[in-house]
Design a protein around this ligand. Sequence first.
Ligand code: IPD
Ligand code: CA
Ligand code: CA
Length: 257
Amino acid sequence: VFEQELAFANELVERAAAIALSYFQTELEVQRKDDLTPVTEADLRIEAMIREAVAERFPGDAVLGEEGGLGGTGERVWVVDPIDGTKNFADGIQIWASLIALTVDGRPMLGMANAPALGERYDAVRGSGARLNGRPIRVSDVADLSDAMVVSSGLKHWCDGPRREPFRELVRAARRARAFGDFWGHMLVARGAAEAMLEPTLRVWDYAAVQVIVEEAGGRMTGLDGGPLRDGGSALTTNGLLHEEIVRRFREVEGVA
Ligand code: IPD
Ligand code: CA
Ligand code: CA
């Protein structure tokens, strides 16, 4: 299932990589969006290319992109983050990816995260497992926090506010903790190199592709409160075995009864 869509997504991320790499580690112009987050010409060109390609290949499908919003209607929506990790991209750091998901009736069924500067392409189709560069990946079987590698988005997000204490305690309890953010933190969990990834705020284009890959690799992805992912809400990805324990640590500050 979704064989044609998977082949199409592979074509899209290859074209996206060619565009992105032509800007990467050059003097590129970074603009600020209304929400003050950065965007480059590469982000805009990639998303425009994907919109055109979908309109040509699957004219009945809609596209929801970070830079241009929703175009079209229908139960099938291609959800696109042209460059996830734009700050890294703009700083010449290799941790960025193009994220593409196909959602059907709101459920992500196919996910792809292509990180050409890392040489890593992750993909998954619901029910068919997850792969890194074509080889199956699987979450770890670490069941104790004291053996776990915990990764997170930027540390500034965790320095203040109600999540600070549970975060500190989690870091203390873990074997290692690093802030390897963006899509990559979740992919490290999916491939068993880390056990948990925490993120305070994600939009749907940040998590749709990631969620299919994580779940097909045997992991779990929810809000920090243990509930379903929400546009603009927090995210917790784990190998599954550590999920309840981490949710429990945040329960009080997430307002869960
Ligand atoms: C960012 C990443 C990051 C999240 C930020 C997003 P961008 O996306 O998804 O993980 O913490 O909230 O803005 O702007 O690099 O696509
Ligand atoms: Ca993003
Ligand atoms: Ca982006």
